[in-house]
Design a binder for this molecule. Structure first.
Ligand SMILES: *Cc1c(COP(=O)(O)O)cnc(C)c1O
Length: 348
């Protein structure tokens, strides 16, 4: 088998949810954001694991994702859709018992016209200018929407990964002013907001990345490990090049291992000549370009070449890889391709 192996630690996932649940305080419900296929790890697998751990509310980006999570969870848990109610969604929202977070007057109108008795929530913009109704729109909509008993009113923080960013307090103030006295459960915090403290929690937190072991949840247990098999080993002489466009030249005689895994598997090409693979505790530099399905590693210093090397593991997490690639852990996770053999540790 030449595919890499992606190992997903369900006990670590559940433990991260429990830790964020403790951080959220006793009166606050801790939901779980499982959009983008559970941040690339498998929405059904992630949702079932977290439901088992105690999560009763889940968030996805679009109705189709919500239907898949409903399929995995069965009836009972609440599933909210950040993208709200798009044209043509009514049947799916109803069939899968999803709660759209209505983002605009247009979506509110669509909801009340096509499914007047169905559950819904509302998303407000508190300054990020991405999704949700602004204060003036909300003033117009509130008298129509509040009597219909929304399940939840939420907003989203733009900079919650930077605790001292003044934007956090500004958005908190803006959201508080918009929801004051509304009598509906409210939510503002994702992972970053959960860690900012109780003032940001309102009635529900809805962490995503922290569950999967990513920043800014520094105490998170790592959830994924990625191991790539060696397909071939060769010796190159001083001055020979390795890989497309010859971006690496052997400074001395070297032994090069070619591994299965490339940018089609989410190993970003910007990692070319910039990251390290690991044989247990021994670092082995990636040399040359990352190709579509392959990458090349300098293993000259290993006494013998192992069957596989780790790209993500105890010595190098998703955020380390993200730093090397000039991106964020979220992109590393959601880019993970469909070609890996997926191995699951722990769980019920
Ligand atoms: C993705 C997302 C979340 C979860 O954010 P994390 O930073 O992954 O915890 C919460 N709320 C909204 C609106 C989102 O888009």
């Amino acid at each position: 088998m030449a595919s890499g192996t992606l190992t997903i630690d369900l006990d670590a996932l559940a433990s991260n949810w429990r830790a964020l649940n403790r951080a959220s305080g006793a009166a606050v419900q801790t939901a779980a954001t499982v959009k983008a296929g559970g941040y690339g790890l498998g929405a059904g697998l992630v949702a079932r694991t977290l439901a088992e751990a105690g999560a009763r509310a889940f968030f996805v980006a679009i109705a189709e994702e919500g239907a898949a999570v409903r399929e995995a969870l069965g009836p009972g848990p609440a599933i909210y859709v950040y993208g709200g109610h798009m044209p043509g969604d009514a049947d799916l929202l109803a069939a899968a018992d999803l709660v759209p977070m209505l983002n605009s007057i247009e979506q509110v109108t669509r909801q009340f016209e096509t499914m007047p008795d169905a559950p819904f929530g509302l998303q407000l913009d508190s300054g990020m200018n991405r999704l949700g109704m602004e204060a003036a729109e909300w003033q117009a909509v509130a008298p129509l929407a509040l009597p219909r008993r929304p399940r939840l009113i939420m907003s989203h923080l733009a900079s919650s990964d930077v605790p001292n960013d003044p934007m956090n307090r500004e958005q908190l103030a803006a959201f508080s002013a918009m929801v004051e006295g509304c009598g509906v459960p409210c939510s503002l915090a994702a992972t970053g907001g959960t860690l900012l403290g109780a003032a940001y929690h309102f009635d529900m937190t809805r962490p995503g990345i922290g569950l999967y072991g990513g920043r800014p949840f520094a105490e998170a247990r790592p959830v994924v490990r990625l191991s790539l098999p060696v397909i071939q080993v060769r010796d190159v002489a001083e001055g020979e090049i390795v890989g497309y466009s010859g971006t690496w030249t052997a400074p001395a005689p070297a032994r090069i291992a070619t591994l299965s895994g490339g940018y089609a598997d989410g190993i970003l090409r910007s990692l070319s000549n910039r990251t390290t693979l690991w044989h247990d505790d021994i670092p082995c530099p990636l040399v040359g370009r990352v190709s579509m399905d392959l990458l090349t590693v300098d293993v000259t210093h290993l006494p013998e070449v192992p069957a596989a090397l780790d790209l993500i593991g105890p010595h190098q997490g998703i955020d380390d890889l993200a730093d090397q690639a000039g991106t964020i852990g979220y992109e590393i996770l959601t880019a993970l391709g469909g070609r890996y053999a997926r191995q699951v540790l722990g769980g019920a």
